[in-house]
Design a protein around this ligand. Structure first.
Ligand code: FES
Ligand code: FES
Length: 560
């Protein structure tokens, strides 16, 4: 332990800190200034930006001891009391924020930049904020806001305002600020991990090192007696399965008898501190017996020995098929017709999986009391799904489970499912009688995934010589990873959203979703629609190219 003395937002502060503590941790946990966000903790996203002696600095990779005697300004120190800084006001006026998780870092960066360069070009602004990622807003409005902020110094801005009680409904065409924008530009908006809960334990997870294996044994005896450890759990403590869809209740909070992907949670520890929980995790010993794997759709569709199936319920298919859907409207075979001068195009597509990369990592805090039951605060998009899953897994009546969604640092579908870590912190809260919290690292966020399905798609479409579309037919395989998530729905969406705005009397699709030994895929932005819609437009371009019809005309004459 060492003493760190520095000035934060104009106030002298001193803390006892460990040698390896970062400035971000000290600001958030010791100075209790959670406006400084943690998005990646590896210097990639800029969410943790603060000013150190006037320079914008990524506090997550800055050793706190390097700031001995420094002057540090966080987002909480940018406004002057009730008066917002002109950059904050400009962000509100220009709608330069949505979820607000990136906003403190961006505003701090912009303040430091405008201090040095009060009248920048747009290119200079873009360069200045290139270390700050925003996943919601797009950078156009952010650049607009920073550009305009420079003029606020010389001209009186006319900020957009909330409608007053006396105002009529004459608000069409007028800019209105996001209702919660002031909280977001000042750092007051509290996301799950920003909420201070006294006496909380921290929960850490042991994750599988094997993609597909039987668990032969788990030895938690050493972990249980490590300093600070209050509870250890394995899959056998929470064997009830859950899933977002009633049809796909195929996942347990922790692997019970086998693991299905690298990164699946095998055991968990609740301890007094994060450090102690993570130290104890290292002492859990798991013995695995590997099982043959399937890593892509081709391998998953190969005939598979029942003992090597990822889920036994796929046995009826003889391979790792999860779900198939086939629908035909009219006669989809006309998509292949080449009679009467009709043109046909068949193309194949392979789309990779994509992760949402939302800026706020998953986080959750569980509290239990015998009278009110369980309260879970979580970075979730859909509290009622989580409530139902918690009640099922923990065998609690629904009215004894309350789920709170505070500010959420974007999700794009990736925070729609109930998640294992939410079940586990809740279990520990009940078991220990103490609040239990967790926040996943960026690596754990990627291992948790539930992003867009990797997709193999073959599409055929035809049109008559005048450019009238005749029909389409598609064969689609989506790689679902190890668990169901939203996949049954995605299987249909890939087919039924394919033709979208076009007037087609004949279309059909066959879609298959397979299990593979990777993190589960689920809902992501335009869930199930983006890949097939892209494919459809490319095939239309091909038909336009072959026929010599202008691609825009081709589309216009086929619109519904
Ligand atoms: Fe520090 Fe991402 S750069 S949290
Ligand atoms: Fe930028 Fe959400 S507003 S990440």
């Amino acid at each position: 332990m060492q003493t760190l003395s520095l000035r934060i937002n104009g106030r002298e502060r001193s803390f006892f800190i460990e040698d390896d503590e970062t400035l971000a941790r000290v600001l958030r946990e010791k100075a209790q200034l959670p406006g400084t966000k943690i998005g990646c903790e590896q210097g990639s996203c800029g969410a943790c930006t603060v000013l150190v002696n006037g320079r914008s600095t990524m506090s997550c990779i800055t050793p706190a001891l390097k700031c001995q005697g420094a002057d540090v300004v966080t987002i909480e120190g940018i406004a002057d009391g009730n008066s917002l800084h002109h950059v904050q006001q400009s962000f509100i006026d220009h709608g330069a924020l949505q979820c607000g998780y990136c906003t403190p870092g961006l505003i701090v960066t912009a303040c430091a930049f405008l201090e040095k360069n009060p009248h920048p070009t747009r290119a200079e602004i873009a360069e200045a904020i290139s270390g700050n990622l925003c996943r919601c807003t797009g950078y156009q409005k952010i650049i607009d806001a920073i550009e305009a902020a420079s003029t606020y110094l010389t001209a009186t801005p006319s900020p957009v305002s909330m409608p007053s009680r006396n105002e009529t409904f004459d608000i069409i065409g007028k800019r209105r600020p996001l209702l919660d924008s002031r909280k977001k530009v000042t750092g007051e908006a509290q996301f799950t991990d920003d909420i201070f809960v006294p006496n909380a334990l921290f929960c850490a997870f042991l994750r599988s090192s094997e993609p597909h294996a039987t668990i032969e044994s788990i030895d938690t005896s050493v972990a249980l007696v490590m300093p600070g450890v209050r509870a250890v759990a394995t899959g056998r403590d929470l064997p009830e399965t859950f899933g977002v869809l009633p049809l796909s209740q195929d996942q347990a909070a922790m692997a019970v008898e086998k693991v299905r992907f690298i990164g699946e949670i095998v055991a968990a520890v609740a301890a007094e501190t994060e450090k102690e929980a993570k130290e104890a995790i290292k002492k859990i010993v798991v013995r695995y017996r590997p099982i043959p794997t399937a890593f892509n759709w081709k391998e998953a569709l190969q005939p598979t020995d029942p003992a090597a199936l990822i889920h036994s319920h796929s046995a009826k298919h003889g391979c790792n098929l999860h779900k198939q859907a086939e629908m035909n409207f009219g006669d989809p075979s006309v998509s292949e017709a080449a009679s009467g001068g009709a043109l046909s195009s068949t193309m194949e597509f392979d789309f990779p999986g994509i992760n949402h990369a939302f800026l706020e990592p998953h986080a959750a805090i569980a509290k239990w009391d015998d009278h009110d039951g369980l309260t879970l605060t979580s970075a979730t998009q859909v509290p009622h799904y989580t409530q139902r899953a918690l009640a099922k897994v923990l065998h609690l009546p629904l009215e004894k489970v309350r789920v709170i969604k505070p500010f959420v640092g974007s999700g794009f579908g990736g925070k729609s499912d109930p998640f294992p870590h939410e079940m586990i912190v809740s279990y520990f809260a009940i078991k220990t009688g103490r609040p239990v919290r967790t926040r996943l690292s960026r690596e754990e966020v990627f291992l948790t995934n539930h992003g867009r399905h990797p997709t193999h798609l073959s599409l055929t479409a035809s049109m008559d010589p005048s450019g009238k579309l005749l029909g389409t037919n598609a064969d689609i395989v989506i790689d679902g990873g190890a668990y169901g998530s939203f996949g049954v729905v995605t299987t249909y969406y890939n087919g039924i959203l394919l033709q979208a705005p076009y007037d087609l009397k004949h279309y059909g699709f066959r879609t298959r979703r397979v299990y593979t030994n990777k993190p589960a895929c689920g809902a992501m932005r335009g869930h199930g629609a983006v890949n097939p819609r892209f494919a459809m437009e490319v095939v239309l371009d091909d038909l336009a190219h072959k026929s010599g019809i202008d691609p825009c005309d081709l589309r216009l004459q086929n619109l519904l």
